[in-house]
Design a protein. Sequence first.
Length: 216
Amino acid sequence: MSIAQRLQHILTTIPDTVTLVAVSKTKPIEAIQEAYDAGQRIFGENKIQEMAEKYEQLPKDIKWHMIGHLQSNKVKYMAHFVDLIHGVDSFKTLKEINKQAKKHNRTIHCLLQAKIAQEETKFGLPFSEIRDILSSDELKELTNVKIDGLMGMASFTADSIQVQKEFDSIHSLFVELNTEDAPLTTLSIGMSGDYQLAITSGSTMIRVGSAIFGAR
Ligand SMILES: *Cc1c(COP(=O)(O)O)cnc(C)c1O
């Protein structure tokens, strides 16, 4: 199957209410252009410099999502164009994003990454710290960032009951935090191997790479 066919296949199997982020990390410009020509406009990358280079070379109506772990000192390289930052896992990073967004007179949309996997290696904030950040007065001072919701990565396991449990836990947190005063729009869970499961757990945004572009 071609990239366009794989994209089409995924789009026909997910609800209209779920946004597809095509994860193009490590893939060449030509592959992204092929997905673009098939109508895809949202792409995800996990390295800031790689994303910035691709931004320069590709059509400007692409929405670029940063899905990887963030280094504060590199936020400045994407502050002028990034559409959504998924992997925010500290208040310090949020402050840096705010500072860089201000320089460009923009508001940068962010998701807080929640730790839901059992594995030590997965990044993310404990639920208690997410609650603390969202209710803090310091957050109100960050006028150039907007927290749209949460992002999570499930354990890398074939045990779908475990994965479902982890998705359900972040969905409960999302429901708890999604108040009338501070509505949240986005729950970013689900990748190539588990996006169907994530959608049954309430995902509103899936990040799919290899199922579109092939193995990396
Ligand atoms: C690479 C990556 C994905 C996509 O993974 P696939 O299994 O190729 O779909 C999704 N989210 C994050 C954070 C990633 O780093």
